[in-house]
Write a protein that binds this ligand. Structure first.
Ligand code: NAD
Length: 498
């Protein structure tokens, strides 16, 4: 296999990325010469092939991370780690257009969304943790006869397993706090959308990270992912993706070395629209919140609950808003496209099956409901008259499919919103500040947005409760997730205070 992948994009740009596994700051083929084909979800054409890690390659990546940790990185001053992260932020910013092009051709993310949302968020995250790395951590406590230091220390070799929906941003959510905390890391990129990782690896080397501190390997989940989850030298693993895979990683950790596991396993977000809400604002955010990136967003607000007195008006306005917007579906690289493909033919099929299920179970179709043209496109779809036990209300579809249902009382809507095994995020719309406080407290989720939706910020923790998983990305809490606590107690000789 060639050592680089040369890509000519539909808008005439040439991009070259290394095709090997990034281990010890070198790009190497798999020892078994295994490869993975990379496809463009817009036209299902093959973009090329990159190396796929076998178990032996995973072992080599972990060894590189382990050697890097013990032979210098663990003693590297926080100021140096900080500088490297800030340099990486500068390089990601410099190459934002290339990275956005890669996300468009590989993951079907609209070029503008990648360039203006995902990549700036990744840059903010690198800068946030870059600065945080240099800040004091730990505590100094008085104890009888002396004092105690509570130190936050790195785990050592860590791993991250990343999904395909916003791969660069989610990778940075894990990489930045892991390195800020002083760990070394092996990142397994998603086999459906691995190209961003090949480019990111180049930037990591250019930023000056020592060999082995960051290793980026693509590979099949059940081979490379599983090998990382089972690896005896990996002390912490952070995963974002589906529930079944999260459980499998947890089992692997339990069966091997009890590595610390953090899981972000998606959601089925509720958006609660109260009668006193600013209607235009609620329509704006619930529309975006139920269709962003074709619904392939874990914090999607796909269950919209509207108070009965404004329900009919809301439904009409929601439909009118959708039909007033011209949908231009096509190549996500084309800046006039406002609807890209879903990530794969498999995901396309799965979404359409959910839509059929919605019809079969008796929900009313407000609009959408079909494939859109040729290729992996699905119409934005909304069902009304849904019951809480319907599959489309219960399960995460990961497509542009939402349900709108009505409620009468605050108590009822809290019950409905919480009647889910997921607990990642919720949005609520009201102009009553007391109601906003009450309902925010009652919702069983990791994040509540009031009078808006989404809003990912580097300094605010993000993660779920219930079967949405545990642990947090982003915020100071994320830095803590990548450290372990050590207490050092000092007895002052001569003290009589014991
Ligand atoms: P997945 O869980 O199968 O894959 C996510 C990552 O885990 C990939 O890198 C994959 O290679 C890896 N993986 C798969 N099997 C593994 C194993 N046995 N051990 C270790 N790693 C393994 O998810 P997917 O196929 O990418 O998407 C399926 C569904 O997951 C989606 O339809 C959606 O519902 C959900 N999802 C959620 C999020 C989120 O943000 N929470 C993101 C993407 C997908």
């Amino acid at each position: 296999m060639a050592s680089t992948l040369d890509i000519l994009t539909s808008n005439g740009k040439s991009i070259t990325v290394p095709s090997g596994l990034f281990i010890n700051n070198e790009f190497v083929p798999s020892v078994t010469d295994s490869t993975i084909d990379v496809q463009n979800p817009w036209n299902d054409e093959k973009i090329g092939s990159i190396s796929a890690a076998a178990v032996e390659d995973v072992n080599a990546a972990v060894k590189a991370a382990s050697t890097a940790f013990s032979s210098g990185w663990r003693e590297t001053p926080a100021t140096v780690r900080s500088k490297l992260l800030l340099e990486l932020a500068t390089l990601v910013e410099r190459d934002a257009e290339v990275l956005a092009t890669i996300e468009a051709i590989d993951a079907g993310v609209l070029y503008g969304d990648s360039k203006n949302l995902n990549i700036p968020q990744a840059i903010d995250t690198l800068r946030y943790f870059g600065k945080l790395a240099g800040e004091p951590s730990g505590q100094l406590l008085d104890i009888p006869g002396g004092y105690a230091n509570v130190l936050r220390q790195p785990y050592g070799v860590c791993a991250a397993i990343v999904p395909w929906n916003a791969p660069l941003m989610i990778t940075i959510w894990k990489l930045a706090p892991a390195l800020a905390a002083g760990n070394t890391i092996v990142i397994k990129t998603p086999e459906i959308t691995p190209l961003y990782g090949q480019k990111l690896a180049q930037l990591i080397k250019e930023a000056g990270f020592p060999p082995g501190v960051v290793n980026i390997i693509c590979g099949l989940g059940q081979v490379a992912g599983q090998a990382l989850a089972e690896h005896m030298e990996v002390r912490k693993i952070s995963f974002t993706g589906s529930g079944p895979t999260g459980r499998s990683i947890l089992r692997a950790a339990a069966n091997t070395n009890l590595k610390k596991v953090t899981l972000e396993l998606g959601g089925k977000g509720a958006s609660l629209v109260f009668a006193d809400a600013d209607l235009e604002n609620a329509l704006f955010w619930t529309s975006i919140g139920s269709t962003a990136h074709n619904g392939q967003v874990c914090a999607l607000g796909s269950r919209i609950y509207v108070q009965s007195s404004i329900y009919d008006k809301f439904i009409q306005a929601f439909k009118a808003r959708a039909s007033s917007q011209t949908t231009s579906h096509g190549d996500p690289l084309n800046e006039s496209t406002n609807k890209g493909p879903v990530v794969s033919a498999g995901q396309h099929k799965k979404i359409l099956q959910y839509i059929d299920k919605g019809r079969d179970e008796g929900a009313s179709l407000l609009f959408g409901g079909k494939a859109l043209g040729k290729g992996n496109f699905v119409e934005n779809t909304v069902f009304t008259d849904t019951r809480e036990d319907m599959t489309i209300v219960k399960e995460e579809i990961f497509g542009p499919v939402a349900v709108i249902a009505k409620f009468d009382t605050e108590e009822e809507v809290i019950h409905k919103a919480n009647d889910s095994e997921y607990g990642l995020s919720a949005a609520l719309f009201t102009s009553d500040i007391s109601l906003a406080h009450r309902v925010s407290q009652a919702l069983e989720v990791g994040t509540v947005t009031v009078n808006c939706w989404g809003m990912l910020n580097a300094n605010t923790p993000f993660g779920g409760v219930k079967q949405s998983g545990f642990g947090r990305d982003l915020g100071k809490e994320a830095l803590e997730e990548w450290t372990t606590v050590k207490t050092v107690k000092h007895f002052l000789l001569g003290s009589s205070k014991l």
